[in-house]
Design a protein around this ligand. Sequence first.
Ligand code: UT7
Length: 332
Amino acid sequence: MKKITAAITGVNGYVPEYILGNQELETMVDTNDEWITTRTGIKERRILKGEGKGSSVMGIKAVQGLLEKTGTKAEEIDLLICSTVTPDMQFPATGNIIAEAVGAKNAFSYDMNAACSGFLYALITGSQFIETGKHKKVVVVGTDKMSSIVDYSDRATCIIFGDGAGAVLLEPNEDGLGIQDSILRTDGSGEAYLHMKAGGSRYPASEETLAKNWHTIHQDGSTVFKFAVSRMADTAEELAKKHQLSGDDINWLVPHQANKRIIDATARRIDIPDEKVMMNIQRYGNTTNGTLPLCLWDYENQLKKGDTLILAAFGGGFTWGAIYLTWAYDAK
Ligand code: UT7
């Protein structure tokens, strides 16, 4: 029997309409376009407006478009995994809400949280269900409404994040295309440097947690930056070396979009020139679980069957990792 690999057979993205540009941020906090551009590479990000709208709103749009593009019936989906740090609610899972809205009646669905590395973790988790032969169609959707947990008076953090979602379809492949290998890592000591303190079981919402501003992201930016640069680059390099992939062998680096300087450092380490690095941070900022699928969506037309891709991410936890995959289809 031929070995089954899990291949991405379609990708779709969704970003909300409202554009929060650097100029508008200048009116909100003490910052300026030049600082944001040179320190992060970000020019604008999208914000989901409207009362009662959570991350599922964007996830639903991303998955609906994915099913349409790939000609997939919602009832055919076996499993839907949603990676998010901004679920609509503590429970039920945002994945359940998305599955219900798209009509995935035969799927089981759940959420995963590995902060900015969530999509990497979810993609590898979804791929295992395909590789065993148990499931034929798995949707992995990354969605985050980061604007719901950003403190817009903290200039070092609010300039980075934006809202968005992306989704991929995973299907079995018997020609060796799809996910080849991965290295995923965690270091829980990172909690101190990147977290949202309240709203969970340790500090449920109270007047005190609100007064202390514990329901928004706390980030020690420069510490996270140093870890991100070394860990993301180390892991991408380790994976490339393990498979004897030189810069020439790799067609695309698909990096988490947190800071252009982190992306550049990772690309340099594995010897990838700028034109082979997917980058949309200038338009969307850091959409956390949305960054990787939004990159694949933006660059889908340039991807060819057989292309070698390295996906890499770093995030809260700390969590980080890299995936080596072979693209399975030519752009239509
Ligand atoms: O995706 C999840 C993981 N997250 C990341 O990977 C983010 C990693 N960290 C970063 O991207 C960067 O650390 C930031 C973009 C968050 C901050 O950039 P930085 O170059 O590390 O700046 P810094 O925090 O070291 O601050 C340098 C200076 C400070 O001023 P002084 O103390 O030197 O006078 C800050 O107060 O820049 C100041 N500053 C700003 N100035 C203008 C911080 N934020 C701003 C701002 N506008 N928005």
